[in-house]
Each structure stands twice: as C-alpha cells, then as structure tokens.
Write a protein that binds this ligand. Structure first.
Ligand code: C2E
Ligand code: CA
Ligand code: CA
Length: 927
C-alpha cells in the first residue's frame, strides 16, 4: 500500500491527477445518470441509453487514465503507440457498454448485475494495462504481479456495488454513492497499477514508428474530456428537463385530480390510511382533507362490513391481483349511505414495492336505483307472467318460441326443465299436444292447431280465439294475437270448469233435481223426437203416465225425507230400467212418465210390465219396509192421438181410470175413454146431489150358514136411482165417487143408514158394510164410526166392515193401526174379494181379519175350473188354520153350495140364497 501511496505522492503531478479525478468523477456521475435514465418512466430498457452510458463511461475512464498518465513524471515519455492507445479506448468503451448492458438487461437479476460489474471492472483494468503498454520511453516497465492482481481486484471490487446501486435504486444518495464507488474503482486501479510498475531505463529500447506525442496526447485527452463533459452535462440537462417536465406534469395532474368533484380520488398508505384527498372525495364523503387524511378507509364502510373484514379483504385483493373493484354501500361523514362503485389499485414504489393504493369511489346510487327499479319491475313482470291463470306463449318475429310461462307447462304437462324456447310453431304444437295427450299425436291434429292459429291471426282485429276440446273432457280457450313489432302472443285458458258448470246448468234445465231423471220439458222433447221418427219409419210410441198411489200418506205419516227417498229410489230404478228407444221422466210430485218406441205391441207390454214391477217392488227406507204402488196409464202414438198433447192427455185419462179402479194398476187408453171421462165427470157432478136429493138407497143381501142354512147377517149394497138414467150399478158409480172424493160422504151415509136399519131389526143379525179404500185411509174413520154406533145404538159386534186388499196395500202400517182401532170398538172386519189381489196370503198372517170373503169369480167358475176349486179349498183350509171363518160369495146354484159344504166353508152369499133386496130383509122375516 505504501508503494501505491509513494507512487501517488512522489511520481505524479498533482494538478493533472486532480484533473483526472474530476474527469472520472464527471464520467461516473454521467454514467449513473444515463444508466438510470435508460430505464426511464416506462420501466423498459432503452438500448440507446445503455450505449450512451457505455461510450461516456469508456471515454471518461480512458481520458482520466491518460490525463493521469500525463501527470506521471517518473519517466520521460516520448509518446504513445497509436494502435495500442486506440485499442485501449475501444476496449474501455466496448467492455463498459457490455457490462452495463448485462447488468441492466430486462429482467436482470443480481447475478447479472454482478457479472456486469465484473465485465466493467475488467474493462477498466484491460484499458489501463493496454494504455500502459502504449507508453513509449527509453526503457521498460518491470511489473509486480501481486500489485497487478490487486489493481484488478480494486477495479472490479467497487464496480459491482456501484452498478447495483445505480440500477436497483433510484434515489439521489444511492446515485451519488454509485458514482463515488465507480470513481474509486478507477482511481484505485490506476494508482495501484502505476505502483505495480517499476521503470527499468534502457536506451536501447526504441519506440514505435506511429506514436502520439505527449502534447498531442494532452490535446486529444483534453478534447475528449471536454466532450465527455459536454455529453455528461447534456445528459444531465436532458435528465433535469425530463424530471422537471414530469414534475410539471405531476403538478398539473394533481391539480386535475384534486379538482375532480364528482368522483372521490384519493391515496391510501400501505396500511389503508388516507394519504391524499381530492375535492370529489370531500364532496362525496363529507370529510374535509384535514379530517380525512390519516383516517383508515374502513371508516367509509358499514359496521357489519367492518366486522366481517371486508375492507381488509379489499386491500388484500388489490395487493395480490393488482386491482380490486366492487359495488356496495359506503357511508358519509354523517353516516348517510350511498351505493358506491369502488376501484382500488396498488401504487408501486421505486423499489418495486407497494407504497400505497389509489382509490376511486363513485356514487352510483342513481344507477343502482334505476337498476333496482328495473330488477323489481322485471321480478314483478316475471311473477305476473308466472302466476297468471292463463298459459302464455310468446313467439318472436321468426315464429319461434321466445317465452313460455309456468302455467302453460302445467296445463300441457311439460316439465320445467324441458326447453321449449327456440322451437318453431309446428314443433311447438307437436310437442305440446303430444305431452298433453301423454303419447301420440297425429300430424293432422298439429296442422289443425296451426290452421286455427292462422285463422285467428287473420281476423281483422289481428287476433281471435278458438275453443279446443280434448279427449280427456277438458276444454281450453286458445287465443292468438299478432304483436305490433312482429311475433305472436298466445294465451291458453282452461275453461273446463266453466264448460262443466254450463253443462250442469243445461242438465238442471232438463232434469229433475231430486231423481236426476229427465224433466217434463226434456221428456216432451224426446217424445216429439220419437213421434217425428214414428211418422217416418212406421214405429209406434208407447206413452206411459205414472202416478204413485198413497204417496201423500207416506209423506204425511213418515215425513218428507222418507217420501223423497222413495221418489229417489223409484227414480233410480226407472233410470236403470230404461234401455235404447225408451225413456223415463219425473213430471213433479209423485208423477212420472215413460215412453218406448216399438214395432210389436208385445214390446210395449213387456216395457209396461217391467215398469209396474219395479214400481211395486218393496223397499226399505230407514228400516221401514214400504211397498210402493202406482197407477199407470198407457196410450199409443199414433193409435190414440195424432200429436204429443193428445197422446199424453189420453195416457193421463187411462192413468185416472187405473187409479179409480182398485186393484187395477195399469190401464190402457181405450177409444171412448174421453167420452167415458166426460160421462164420469157428469156422473160425479150428479152424485154430489144424490144424498141431498135422496136418490140413494140400500139393498140388503142375506148371508147364511153353509152347514145349517141359518141367516147369519146381511150385506148392505148401495143403490142409486138417477133422476134421468134410472138405476145405476155401484160398480159404475162407486169408482166415480172415489175419483171425485164424494165417496167419503156417501160412505158415511151408507154406514149411518145401514146401522140405523140394522138397529131396527127384530132379529139381531149382523150387518156388513162395504168400505172403500179411500174411506179406510180417512183419518176420521174411527171417530165417525164411533159416533154412528152411539147415534144409532147398534151394538158394535153386529157391524162388520168389508175391506179389500187395495185398502191395506198402500200403507200397511197405517192400515194395521186402523184395523186395530176398529176392532177395539168391537166391530169385526172381513176381507172382501179375497184371492184377486197379489199378496192375499201373506196379508192374512199380518192382519187380524175376522172373516175371509172368497171372491165370487172363484165360486162362479168352480163348476168348470179345477184351479178355481183348488183356490177355494186352499182359502178354506187357510181360514180354518188361522181360525178365520170363510164366506163364499156368488153362490148361484146348489152344486156350488154342496161343494162349499163339503170343503167346510163357513158361510155363503149369493143369488141362490137371496138377491140384494130393497125391501127391509127383516120386514119379511118379521112378518
Ligand atoms: P161386493 O162387495 O162384492 O158385493 C157383492 C156384489 O155381488 C153385489 O153387486 C151383488 O149384487 C153381487 N152378487 C151377489 N150375489 C151374487 C151372485 O150369486 N151372482 C152374481 N153374479 N153376483 C152376485 P152390487 O150390488 O152391484 O155391488 C157391486 C159392488 O159395489 C160390491 O161388490 C161392492 O164392492 C160395491 N158396493 C156396493 N155397495 C157399496 C157400498 O155401500 N159402499 C161401497 N164402498 N161399495 C159398495
Ligand atoms: Ca162386499
Ligand atoms: Ca165381494
């Protein structure tokens, strides 16, 4: 080291050394500046600046070396070899440039910078020793190898950190340090290198032919140094100007940024505290810059967001991804909130580290409100479309499905996942119809749907609707309307329910509510149709009018519920019984009607039989056994009338006839029935006058014991002497009296007269009085009876009442009760005309009769009919087993009487024993 120091102190001219130092200082400073300049603002390497730095530093080092050499006065320098001098300059420039390029290449790492330093240092050393060898003097240098090595290390050593500081840092201090280090390397190399050389004088040593004289060398070096200075200064000025421009730009930018008022622009420090604050931020957030600066930016968030760590995450995102953007609620100083669009970007410092964040906040509340409004509107529209009662389908201008609502999918059984959008119209119809029918759909059906739609769209209003009935009985109203901008809106409404209720109303208009049978209107229409048909194809129409017997009593006795129930059961039976070409209806109350279209009369008879059977079939209602009964009137189109009203009227007449004839259930209309009806009406009228005019009388027919022939009693038989028609048979006028209701009054007259007469008889014979079923059903019967017995003084045991099965059959329970009450009075009861009814035998078991009167038809036929005799025998046997006396009517000859005696019959009555006589029977006996 001392060698070096002595070398500097003793062997150099100080002024020139100082100049060399100055040159190298300038060169180094210029190098650092230009090296840094080459990265500029764009962060990209600029090759021109590398070249400038290399050339400048190379020149600078070279010229410093030679200026220092000029100050080296240890030898008398003859000059400098031209080639080697040039070579040393070239080496200095090339190696410096190469070192700089390596250290500052894009993406350079530390090892590149170190490598660059070594190359630059090596360049400096190479330049130095080449320069030394270009020195021409009388003698030569003797080199100290350790010092040479040391000088090279000195050249490289400081260059590496110098380059590192120059390239990796950007501040002034590090720049200065880099320059100083580089200068140190140059000077340390130079003086150590000079100290390593010992001059060995030798006059024999010549010099090269092409040498530069020290004077010209000085000139050249000075010129070059000046050039370096100029270039360095130029670079410095350029840099200064650039910096000033940037500064000015920055200032303008700051003014601009700070002046923006509709948007908050501010900086955060790396920890998220506000570092700068523009007017917009103040305007938006309400904090002045004094208040804001130093405030953590999380103050602008909601408490919840803060608790959830939202602000911290935003910074982390900005840090890691380079940008954070979000929208959310932010709060002003007064804690009012606004919807903010926020951007946070990290700001990268000179060392590549994050020195803070730039934050932009805009108030987008308005935008958000608009968006929210739109979203809400869309949601409402969506809800409306989804929940509307109609299925909705929208076709776009290309006739493809654009929208299908949920209701449509439900109606057509299409899963929500199946995409329909985009289908063309025919595919849409094909798919929907197929899905709805759950299977196949014909192409005709698809084409039909398309046709319907086209038809709707071609209507003048641009739309219309079509009602489509499906196989599953559902009905859909499809309406189509063309949209102004092209496209079609289709709605589908399930109107099945409406159609069903319309059908129900239509049904109600044509059907009876209680039984569900067709009503009169409906029946008339069917009858009209049947008549029309009969007029064409030669068929006939049977019309049956039905009226229930004793229905009023059922209603009165058991209540209307039972009555209704009975009607319903009969209705159901009728409904089930009618087949093709037949119909049944309820006209109201206990009135029904039926019709049947037939060719052979047998068919009509079979139908009527079926009806009368089902109408008389016993039934159980609420545990009550009820045997209904009905009267049926039958007429035929065209035989009994030429139009509906006529045949219906005639069937009515026949029904009244059946009703009026006890035991007759069905009556066919006969020619002359109208005349008969008129006559009956006249008779009924006259009959009402019969009692006041005293036209009625009683005949008595004797009843005798079969065994002894003794008189047992007399039957009272009513006789009417009509003022113009003379004697009228009770067989003719009793039914009319029953029909017109006067039978009650007449019956009472008969009872009273019979009892009074019998009471006057000498012999206390029994008197038998016929009771009409209507009388028997009369509630006042027992009271009337009691009064008459008291009034006439006839002992009750002498009175016998004759009733027929038809009096019992309608309402058995009521009949039983009446029978018991009558018997309780002591009056006896005979069952008249026994054997002609249906349930005769069982009736004997159920009712406490005192006598059986075998109908006269059996006795009259007994001579010819074995069957009649068998019946007589059976009835007599039954009577004796039940302990009931049996009276045989209509005994006209001795044979009959003999037969009855043999069979064990109790009593007999007939012309053989005595005709009914108007004379008082006992008058003769008494006489
Ligand atoms: P019925 O109760 O069976 O009365 C017997 C009928 O048979 C009587 O006819 C009588 O004249 C007739 N008759 C008697 N013996 C013979 C005979 O040997 N051969 C034949 N062929 N006939 C005989 P009538 O008087 O014309 O009465 C007819 C029906 O009128 C009666 O039949 C009865 O059901 C009814 N009737 C008569 N009087 C009254 C009455 O006061 N009140 C009611 N409700 N009905 C009456
Ligand atoms: Ca009788
Ligand atoms: Ca009789």
């Amino acid at each position: 080291m001392l060698t070096v120091w002595y070398c500097i102190r003793d062997q150099h001219d100080w002024r020139l050394v100082a100049l060399a130092g100055l040159i190298s200082c300038l060169a180094c400073t210029a190098a650092v500046i230009t090296l840094r300049q080459q990265r500029g603002e764009s962060q990209r390497t600029d090759v021109r600046w590398q070249l400038v730095a290399g050339i400048m530093t190379g020149f600078g080092i070279w010229s410093a070396h030679f200026v220092a050499m000029l100050g080296y006065d240890d030898i008398a320098v003859a000059g400098y070899a031209f080639g080697l001098t040039g070579l040393s300059l070239l080496v200095a420039i090339v190696m410096t440039t190469a070192g700089f390029a390596l250290g500052s290449r894009p993406g350079a790492r530390l090892r590149d910078i170190i490598g660059g330093g070594i190359v630059v240092g090596g360049g400096i050393a190479t330049m130095h020793y080449l320069g030394m060898s270009s020195v021409q003097f009388a003698g030569h240098f003797d080199w100290s190898p350790p010092l040479v090595v040391l000088s090279i290390l000195f050249a490289i050593g400081p260059t590496v950190p110098a380059l590192t500081m120059a390239l990796r840092r950007r501040d002034w201090g590090s720049g200065a340090l880099a320059s100083v280090a580089l200068m140190l390397a140059i000077l340390a190399l130079h003086f150590t290198g000079m100290a390593a050389a010992t001059v060995i004088p030798d006059a024999a040593d010549g010099h090269d032919r092409f040498i530069l004289s020290p004077a010209s060398m000085g000139l050249a070096v000075s010129a070059i140094a000046a050039a370096v200075l100029v270039i360095g200064a130029g670079a410095a000025v350029a840099h200064a100007l650039a910096v000033a421009a940037i500064r000015a730009g920055g200032r303008e930018f700051r003014i601009l940024v700070e002046g923006i008022t509709d948007c908050a622009l501010y900086m955060l420090d790396p920890n998220g505290r506000v570092a700068s604050w523009n007017a917009g931020a103040q305007h938006l957030k309400g904090f002045t810059s004094e208040e804001a600066i130093g405030l953590h930016f999380s103050a602008f968030y909601s408490d919840e967001d803060r608790a959830l760590g939202v602000p911290a995450r935003a910074l982390a995102t900005a840090r890691t991804t380079g940008k954070f953007t979000a929208e959310g609620w932010r709060y002003r100083r007064d804690r009012s909130r606004f919807w903010a669009a926020v951007t946070i970007e990290p700001v990268i410092g000179e060392q590549g580290d994050i020195i803070g964040f730039a934050k932009i906040t805009r108030d987008v509340s308005r935008l958000k409100e608009d968006q929210d409004r739109m979203a809400a509107l869309t949601r409402k529209l969506d809800a409306a479309v989804t929940n509307m009662q109609q299925g909705l389908v929208l076709f776009d201008g290309d006739e493809r499905v654009a929208l299908v609502n949920a209701r449509f999918r439900i109606m057509y059984r299409i899963d929500a996942k199946v995409p329909l959008e985009g289908l063309d119209m025919s595919d849409f119809f094909r798919f929907s119809l197929k899905s709805r029918s759950g299977g196949v759909v014909s192409e005709d059906r698809v084409a039909q749907s398309l046709d319907w739609m086209r038809a709707c769209l071609s209507q003048p209003q641009g739309g219309g609707s079509v009602t489509v009935a499906y196989e599953d009985a559902s009905v859909v109203d499809a309406s189509y309307r063309a949209l102004p901008g092209g496209g079609v809106v289709a709605t589908f409404e399930d109107v099945s329910e409406r159609h069903r209720s319309e059908a129900r109303i239509a049904h109600m208009a044509l059907h009876d509510g209680l039984t569900g049978l067709p009503n009169r209107t409906n029946f008339n229409a069917r009858l009209d149709a049947a008549i029309d048909r009969a007029s064409v194809d030669g068929t006939k129409v049977g019309i049956i009018v039905i009226d229930l017997d004793g229905f009023k009593d059922i209603n009165d006795t058991y209540g209307h519920a039972v009555g209704d129930n009975l009607l319903q059961i009969l209705g159901a039976r009728l409904k089930a019984a009618v087949g093709d070409d037949e119909a049944a209806a309820r006209f109201g109350g206990d009135e029904f009607a039926a019709l049947c279209i037939f060719r052979q009369e047998d068919e009509l008879h079979a139908f009527v039989d079926r009806l009368s059977t089902l109408l008389g079939d016993p039934m159980s209602i609420d545990g009550l056994a009820i045997t209904p009964a009905a009267s049926l009137g039958v007429s035929i189109f065209p035989d009994d009338g030429q139009d509906r009203d006529k045949v219906l009227g005639n069937a009515d007449l026949a029904m009244y006839r059946a009703k009026a004839s006890p035991g007759m259930q069905v009556c066919h209309y006969e020619n002359g029935m109208n005349e008969a009806a008129r006559a009956r009406r006249a008779m009924a009228k006259d009959l009402r006058e019969a009692i006041p005019r005293d036209e009625l009388t009683l005949a008595f027919q004797v009843q005798c014991s079969v065994q002894t022939g003794a008189v047992t009693g007399y039957e009272a038989l009513l006789r009417w002497h009509h003022p113009t028609d003379g004697w009228i048979s009770p067989g003719d006028f009793i039914p009319v009296a029953e029909e017109s209701g006067s039978i009650i009054e007449i019956g009472e007259w008969v009872l009273r007269r019979a009892c009074r007469e019998a009471a006057g008889w000498v012999e206390p014979h029994r008197v038998a009085v016929n009771l009409s079923p209507l009388q028997f059903a009369d509630r006042d019967l027992v009271t009337t009876l009691t009064e008459i017995l008291l009034e006439t003084g006839l002992p009750p045991r002498r009175l016998e009442l004759e009733v027929t099965e038809s009096a019992i059959i309608v309402d058995k329970a009521a009949a039983l009760q009446t029978l018991r009450q009558i018997k309780a009075l002591g009056v006896t009861i005979a069952i008249d005309d026994f054997g002609t009814g249906y349930a005769s035998l069982e009736m004997l078991h159920a009712f406490p009769f005192d006598k059986i009167k075998i109908d006269r038809s059996f006795i009259l036929q007994s001579g010819q009919s074995e069957q009649a005799r068998a019946i007589i025998r059976a009835v007599i046997a039954l009577g004796s087993s039940l302990n009931m006396p049996v009276l045989a009517e209509g005994v006209e000859d001795e044979e009959q009487l003999e037969m009855l005696r043999l069979e064990g019959c109790t009593e007999a009555q007939g012309f053989l024993l005595g005709r009914p006589s108007l004379d008082l029977p006992d008058a003769s006996l008494a006489a």
